[in-house]
Ligand binder design. Structure first.
Ligand code: GSH
Length: 228
């Protein structure tokens, strides 16, 4: 029986854009594990209540339930060691740093560029909750958060310099082959790619060139993703 992943969906059930769910999708594909993705919406609280928390991704593997993308990556690595996502405990520890960097610098930066676009992408039933919860978080309207993004995106692109420096030295963040490090960053970039038309990266950015190669992995999983 294939695993089941509860995955954030938009108004279009095929629109899947969660940065965390994409990390898990790439990690599952990396392990060659088939998965059935189940669309989940912010208003579907009850649908993942069995996981004991309120966020996706949630992975179900027969009787085992794992929530949180980092925990899911660790679960998959322990279950199917080859091909490796981390390459041992030191690699896992370094990937945890990258996970924290992506969750803060990347997710925080991207949210300030596309949060109003997300409102249009999500299911109408989710919109009141999304606006109220995110406006409370930012302390201003979604429109005000996103305002001025054409100028602010330049600073966001600069904040990704550490990724460019790594890609100057090696083909993948994982070194000679993709690893969970690639899935963390590429999964995060799937969020603006799928849910917004705003250009986060210029096409000549080495990160955009690498991202395009990640989109082609696993039979073109990323390239096939529905976009707004
Ligand atoms: N640390 C978690 C974060 C998961 C997360 O924030 N998921 C979002 C979707 S992208 C969510 O389910 N949010 C529910 C809500 O805001 O109510 C992970 O890595 O999986």
């Amino acid at each position: 029986m294939s695993m089941i992943l509860h995955d954030l969906a938009g108004a279009d059930p095929d629109l899947r854009f969660s940065p965390y769910c994409w990390r898990s999708r790439f990690a599952l594909a990396h392990k060659g594990l088939p998965v059935e993705t189940v669309p989940w919406r912010f208003s579907d609280r009850h649908a993942i209540a069995f996981s004991g928390q309120a966020k996706v991704p949630v992975l179900r593997d027969e009787g085992t339930v794992v929530s949180d993308s980092w925990a899911i990556a660790g679960y998959l690595e322990d279950l199917v060691p080859v091909p490796p996502l981390f390459g041992g405990p030191v690699g896992r520890a370094h990937a945890l740093f990258l996970n924290g960097w992506a969750d803060s610098v990347m997710v925080g930066g991207i949210a300030r560029l596309i949060v109003r676009d997300l409102l249009d992408a999500i299911d109408p039933a989710d919109r009141d909750y999304f606006r109220a919860s995110r406006e409370a978080r930012f302390g201003m309207s979604l429109e005000a958060v996103q305002d001025g993004r054409e100028d602010r995106v330049l600073a966001f692109r600069e904040s990704l310099l550490p990724i460019r420096l790594v890609l100057r030295q090696q083909a993948w963040l994982g070194g000679a082959a993709p690893s969970y490090a690639d899935h963390i960053v590429a999964g995060t970039l799937m969020w603006p790619r799928c849910a917004s038309r705003f250009e986060i990266l210029t096409p000549d950015d080495p990160i955009a060139v690498w991202f395009d190669r990640v989109l082609g992995l696993y039979g073109g999983l990323g390239h096939a993703a529905t976009r707004v």
